[in-house]
Design a protein around this ligand. Structure first.
Ligand SMILES: [Ca+2]
Ligand SMILES: [Ca+2]
Ligand SMILES: [Ca+2]
Length: 252
């Protein structure tokens, strides 16, 4: 018991000295069937946000409802594609964010080197209003698929809307979407781009399974709150109890 008390005291000193292990928390999650925010965080979606649905079918990790955006027609001299934005406010004090989501390249995307006039097509990702990446897919013409570190999880294959092939990409492995961040507000923006963008029934995009995880700021020098102490002591008490309950092993 003396040793246990010493361990708790050492941990207390470590916590008081600010050497606690950095923790993470999910601040926003939205799969367009359900969504949630961490306590105190608010989320607002702006711009085009039509909802499509796969029902119970799972295509490369996308299932149920998803958001899709088919605005704009740069190729036809029509209106510019509109951006859909997700704005998180009142984030807890943090040092980094990790942003995960699935993207859907729907119908006749022409890559960066497809048919004359109908390419390039881009899917542009903006972090806090700054262009982070231009992705593209060669669904109908062209040869370049560029997912900026994301992994294709489905396609090419026609699973939604018209008869053209579609693709789904999981962006959770893209290292650039884990980045230093401290502001209390974060905005993720996505829109189509490129002079070949046709929009409408020809080309559109979708998003699903958005998850934003914050690395919480290390509370350097902070004194653990009573609740933290209670949990620590409870935890060690349980560990001690478990050790005491452990039956002796007999070797046959
Ligand atoms: Ca969904
Ligand atoms: Ca195009
Ligand atoms: Ca299709």
């Amino acid at each position: 018991m003396k040793k246990l008390v010493g361990t708790i005291a050492a941990l207390g000193l470590a916590a008081a000295a600010g050497s606690a292990i950095a923790s993470t928390t999910v601040v926003y999650q939205n799969d367009f069937d359900t969504s949630s925010t961490a306590a105190g965080v608010t989320a607002a979606v702006a711009g085009p946000q039509a909802i499509g649905g796969f029902g119970v079918t799972n295509y490369g990790g996308v299932t149920g409802s998803f958001l899709y955006n088919d605005t704009g027609n740069n190729y036809g001299g029509g209106p510019a594609p509109q951006m859909t934005t997700f704005t998180l406010s009142n984030l807890p004090s943090h040092t980094a964010l990790d942003v995960d989501f699935h993207l859907m390249f729907i119908d006749s995307w022409d890559s960066t080197n497809g048919g004359a006039g109908v390419s390039p097509d881009y899917l542009e990702i903006y972090l806090d209003g700054v262009l982070w990446g231009q992705l593209t897919a060669a669904n109908t013409s062209g040869t370049t698929n560029d997912f900026a570190g994301g992994t294709q999880t489905f396609g090419p294959g026609n699973f939604v809307y018209n008869g053209y092939s579609d693709r789904i990409v999981d962006m959770s492995g893209a290292s650039g979407l884990t980045f230093a961040h401290t502001a209390s507000t974060f905005t993720l923006g996505i829109r189509a781009g490129g002079t070949g963008w046709q929009g409408g029934a020809d080309e559109s995009w979708g998003i699903d399974n958005i998850k934003v995880t914050a690395t919480l700021r290390d509370q350097t020098g902070a004194i653990p709150e009573p609740g933290t102490w209670a949990l620590m002591i409870l935890g060690f008490g349980s560990a001690g109890a478990a050790l005491r309950r452990r039956p002796a092993v007999s070797v046959a």
